[in-house]
Design a protein. Structure first.
Length: 76
């Protein structure tokens, strides 16, 4: 008799989320935006490196698809 053992963990597929990134014109630090779909054509964002606020265009933003590492779902 052959018994197939199943692994102890479940093979669950994790979700992904999109994150927009623009660069600070002063210090070239990456500024990450969680709601990249909801920004206007021109928006301002504060740099986490130097603290300056500058204007950016939507066409300058790069979109990244990342794996969601949270156990709780993200708020809508």
């Amino acid at each position: 008799m052959i018994v197939a053992l199943q692994p102890a963990f479940k093979n669950t597929r994790r979700g992904t989320f999109s994150r927009g990134t623009v660069l600070c014109p002063t210090c070239k630090a990456a500024i990450h935006l969680r709601n990249s779909e909801q920004v206007d054509e021109e928006f301002s964002a504060r740099c986490p490196g130097c603290g300056r606020r500058s204007f950016h265009h939507r066409r300058d933003m790069t979109i990244e698809q990342l794996v969601d590492r949270r156990k709780k779902p993200r708020p809508a």
